[in-house]
Design a protein around this ligand. Sequence first.
Ligand code: ADP
Ligand code: ZN
Length: 435
Amino acid sequence: MIYNEDFETLPREVLETLQLKRLKQTVQRVYHTVGFYRRLFDEAGVTPDDIKTLDDLKKFPFTTKQHLRDNYPFGMFAVPMSSVVRLHASSGTTGRSVVVGYTKRDIDTWSELVARCLVAAGLTKNDIIHNAYGYGLFTGGLGLHYGAERLGASVIPMSGGNTRRQITILQDFGPTAICCTPSYALNLAEEGKAMGVDMKALKLRVGIFGAEPWSDRMRQEIENVLEIKALNIFGLSEIMGPGVAMECLEGRNGMHIFEDHFLVETINPETGEVLPPGEPGELVFTTVTKEAFPLIRYRTRDLSRLFTEPCRCGRTLHRMDRITGRSDDMLIIRGVNVFPSQIEAVLLEVTGVEPHYHLIVERADNLDTLEIQVEVSEQIFADSDEIKVLQNIERRIVKDIKDYLGVTAKVKLVEPKTLERFEGKASRVQDKRKI
Ligand code: ADP
Ligand code: ZN
């Protein structure tokens, strides 16, 4: 089944003509409405008129997350605030989060693209969708929600957490589809089993999983324990949110990218050189219909590769492989994006600890855990026979990390000068998860 036959099955030449027209408009618009882009293009010596073919996009400079941070909060918006109807943001201390905005038409587009994803997963308006992505500043919850409503399905706005209640709802409301992170799906299955619920007997038939990396091994496990079909959905707030790309039920081999709205390139993350389809590299997206927050050649830091072969579902949209890693040090902990530098920024605000820290990420019962080991200062160490002082520091760090970054961490204070020091590039993170 295809939600929008007209656009999802366009012959490639027709699609490319449409892309070129939209790209030209977008590049013109950002040049004239976003000061940042005018400066960026001027510095690079390019003008909107340089776009004559799709290939000319290569001549344009990249946009990076740092650019977005530098323009915090609204500096990248291409419309006045009066036209913005929604804001979303990634977590982070002030100035470190990325804020995105949507016009009414952007929300419309987003809803349609998520509806396309749901239909690609075989859903119709007769389905009941249990949406366990977090609602709030994250794009996951509301993104899926609007798409489900657009399709006309019945959506349960469950949001994350409260696992026992989720299981009760799964039993009582009988949803036929579930949306959440793949690790949370496994956690739900386990918790349900512990509650004595026969998770295979639920009405669930399909799961739409994303927001964190997962593997075919996890797919198989989820499909076994829940007796459903598990499909991959990809997106990022900067580009739109969930629904940038989605696997189809028929192919289940790579996610179709909605190329009538987003142009995609893969680049060598070291050199920035554009790679031919099929070669692994970093994904770079250009939005060609977004009004409030258009981006030109945005470096996602997500590693993947493109498939251009036709798919048996009939969509002509190219596909991307599952994400195989990152070209930066971002961690995804229970679906929340966290940079070690953000943790460091929180630690620097706490009196009594040194900026020497290690991060240990593990997965227990399908839930990610984060341990922060941090050295206390000589002063504190010498002065505090009192365990209370140390406990207070620990508590403060746990609270600040939760408040600023939205993740729960375990904090372990260690004696001064006991953590390994690094020459050159610090490798403070140990990611022990096996996904
Ligand atoms: P989301 O709500 O989708 O997590 P964010 O903007 O918070 O949106 O995070 C986007 C990042 O999440 C992506 O750049 C990518 O690293 C990761 N991500 C999203 N979907 C997937 C997926 N299906 N597989 C692997 N990683 C994903
Ligand atoms: Zn397909």
